[in-house]
Structures are given as C-alpha cells and as structure tokens.
Design a binder for this molecule. Structure first.
Ligand code: FES
Length: 167
C-alpha cells in the first residue's frame, strides 16, 4: 500500500481549485469568444448587396442610395435598411457612410447653406469634405467610413464598410 495518502486538507484544496478553475473557464470562454468573434467570421462571397441604382445615372454630386439586407442575429432575422452617399470621380465610384464620426448622427450632403459642397451633420454642426475628410475645428475627429463597391450588370453593389482610403 502506498504512503502517499492525500490528507483531507489537500483533497479539499485540489477539489476547490479544480471546481474554481472550471467555473472561471466557463465564465471566461464566452467573453473571449465574444471579443474575437468578428475576427473569426469569414468574409462571404455574398457580402455585396445589390442596390437599384444604375451606375450610369451616378454623377459627381453625392447622392443618397438606400439598400437593404437580411441580418441574422442568433435566431432572429430582420430586414435592415442602410444608406450610402455615392458619387463618381472619373471612372471611380465612391460610396461613403452617412454615420457621423462624432456621435453617430446621419450626415447630409449640401445641407448647410454656408457650406453647400460639404457633408453636414445637423446634431452638432460637424462637417466633412466631399471625400469624407472631417473639417478641422468641427466636432468629428475622423473621416467618414467608406463602403466597398462593385458593379454588376450596370447596377451598383455595396460591400462592407472600411476605413476611408481617400484621405
Ligand atoms: S454627431 Fe455629428 S457632429 Fe455630433
């Protein structure tokens, strides 16, 4: 018979450490998973959403283009409508997010009489140049995000939001 007997105190220590570790792992794993989940998600081929906008109709003046898609949140599926400000620059198509980088209001093109060729945020007077660059000394501290775009059969498709590459 072995002399390496486990004392009652040791047994309790091992048991409580094991149970504590198990419970800590159980609490931490969902948090870690939640934190890194977007990184784990693969971009899918269907990430571009068709709009009804004909590319031939786009001009150099930003115009509002709405698009909608199904969003799946766990077991709940909803129809989401989003917007982009879209214009042509030469043969390039630029699509900017309308979400203000100050506190998230929606910006509009040419809405301020004093600055007709800029995006204007009505909430706190934030302004952006046509390429989305925030105007210094107005509340936003960064440029408007950009959407990836592609053209299929003459129609505009909007992709995911990316940091502004124009400024
Ligand atoms: S939310 Fe746009 S300026 Fe404040």
């Amino acid at each position: 018979m072995s002399n390496n007997r486990v004392s009652r105190r040791q047994f309790l220590n091992y048991t409580l450490t094991g149970v504590g570790g198990f419970m800590a792992a159980g609490m931490l794993m969902p948090m870690v998973r939640f934190a890194i989940d977007p990184v784990l998600q693969k971009a899918e081929a269907g990430d571009f959403i068709a709009t009804e906008k004909k590319v031939a109709d786009l001009t150099e003046t930003p115009e509002r283009v709405d698009f909608s898609y199904e969003q799946v949140d766990a077991w709940y599926t909803s129809q989401v409508t989003d917007t982009a400000w879209v214009y042509k620059e030469g043969d390039k198509i630029i699509a900017l997010s309308p979400i203000c980088k100050h506190l998230g209001c929606t910006v509009n093109w040419g809405a301020n009489e004093d600055h007709p060729n800029q995006f204007f945020c009505p909430c706190h007077g934030g302004r952006y140049e046509k390429n989305g660059k925030n105007v210094p000394k107005t509340p936003p501290l960064g440029p408007l995000d950009q959407f990836e775009v592609k053209v299929t059969d003459g129609l505009l498709y909007i992709g995911k939001k990316v940091p502004n590459k124009l400024v």
